[in-house]
Write a new protein. Structure first.
Length: 433
């Protein structure tokens, strides 16, 4: 066995061992109940919770509602958009993960009535609940970028990997042409909260590295544009990224929000603190504003005094339980908490909701808490990444202290992203993480 194979097996084995232990602990006790539980969303959060609940609850009526037949492994989209994985790498069927005994409603939620405890769908169904878990993911508001539409992706130097596997693959079509022909590349992010805030940085680093490997580093002008004043929400990580950008000649345009593109002239318009600014590009990667699905706001589940333009579900930041409707929990991207829009966050949020939901069914208080844990294997080049893990207070929380330094570019951190992360993710979907 060569060195790569040995380390891959060892890493995957270590991850798997940890997952089995955590899963066995979660399934130690079975509760008899006739509770009606509705889970909105079949993504990472909803599917993982459903698999855990079926092992903990005997007799519960669990219903999952989601209009999509497919499940997307979203952490893999950055790899697809860099030509490192095919689009099929991130796609599976919901039926592959759905546990037996859970009813699946293939429809889109139109409303939640938190008083009568019902969920209505666009197809006309009404589902009663005793307990509701809101985990529908988020909405990519592409219409907020004037002049942009998804049918442009892959043409005229336009990329948008967040939109799904098809668009991630088309993004690579446009990005690869840019790495060969050169010019100015604009890499953007939105002003709103967003899923995996490291993704725009990863795409920037990867495309820069691919251009270098092709011998074209002198032909590309890499520009990272962001509405924020910092490159990352954790100050020590932001400084590390700044140093890497400086070393590799990546320019930055801070405090600038993408508002429009003209695909014909290849010109982007940014809102600045004093007005607007136009920038010509040869390649642009568009990440639109992100918000909660409309039913969250219309049903009165959103925060009234924060994130009012985005509509995230109001909930306790430690228990994820709704502050006004205790029968409701939020999970994943839609949860109105300061951190946590990554699959790694979901891994630690799900056991917390499971604990408090089961405790509530039994008429007692739950004990588990979510500390804002978020993880980002921040790819800095092909074969290297930094395993960045942090909490609500921006404290670094390394899972492998003394083994993997969080701010060092390491091959082992790349291996975790390329190999072990998907195995961990799949185990999470099965309720084993």
């Amino acid at each position: 066995m060569d060195r790569r194979s040995f380390l891959t097996a060892a890493l995957a084995g270590g991850v798997a061992a940890g997952l089995v232990t955590r899963g066995e602990q979660a399934s130690a006790q079975t509760i008899q109940t006739s509770a009606k539980i509705v889970i909105i969303g079949a993504g990472a959060a909803g599917m993982a919770l459903a698999n855990r609940l079926v092992r903990r609850l005997d007799g519960a009526q669990i219903t999952m509602i989601d209009p999509r037949p497919n499940h997307l492994y979203q952490p893999g989209l950055t790899l697809v958009a860099a030509g490192l994985k095919p689009a099929s790498y991130v796609v599976s069927e919901n039926s592959d993960w759905l546990p037996g005994g859970v009813s699946f409603v293939a429809d889109k939620v139109s409303a939640v009535d938190a008083i009568s405890k019902t969920v209505s769908t666009e197809g006309g169904q009404t589902v009663d609940y005793d307990w509701l878990v809101v985990a529908p993911g988020l909405v990519l508001d592409h219409d907020a970028i004037d002049g942009f539409s998804l049918d442009m992706v892959g043409e005229n130097g336009i990329g948008a990997l967040y939109a799904g596997p098809e668009y991630a693959a088309k993004t690579w079509t446009a990005a690869s042409r840019f790495t060969e022909e050169g010019g100015t590349g604009l890499f953007t992010r939105p002003a709103t909260e967003m899923k995996c805030a490291g993704a725009p940085l990863k795409h920037t680093f990867l495309i820069d590295d691919i251009a270098r490997r092709a011998g074209n580093s002198g032909r590309v002008n890499m520009v990272y544009a962001a509405p924020q004043g910092s490159l990352f929400g954790v100050p020590i990580v932001a400084e590390k990224v700044r140093m890497l950008f400086e070393d590799r000649g990546v320019d930055t345009m801070m405090n600038r929000t993408l508002t429009a593109i003209d695909s014909g002239t290849k010109r982007a318009t940014f809102a600045t603190e004093t007005g607007t600014e136009e920038v010509d590009y040869d390649y642009i990667h568009v990440i639109p504003p992100q918000r909660a699905p409309e039913f969250v706001v219309q049903s009165g589940l959103a925060w009234a005094d924060r994130w009012t333009d985005q509509g995230w579900v109001e909930c306790d930041m430690q228990t994820l339980q709704h502050l006004r409707f205790p029968e409701i929990f939020a999970l994943g991207d839609v949860a109105g908490v300061p951190k946590g829009k990554t699959a790694a966050s979901v891994k630690w949020q799900v056991p917390v909701v499971e604990d408090h939901l089961i405790a509530a069914i039994e008429g007692r208080e739950g004990t588990e808490t979510y500390n804002g844990y978020t993880s980002c294997p921040l790819i800095t080049r092909i074969g290297s990444a930094m395993l960045v893990e942090f909490d609500y207070n921006n404290n670094l929380t390394p899972s492998f202290p003394g083994m993997i330094a969080p701010l060092e570019e390491l091959w082992i951190s790349w291996l975790m992203k390329e190999v072990a992360l998907k195995a961990t993710y799949n185990a999470m979907l099965r309720g084993r993480a």
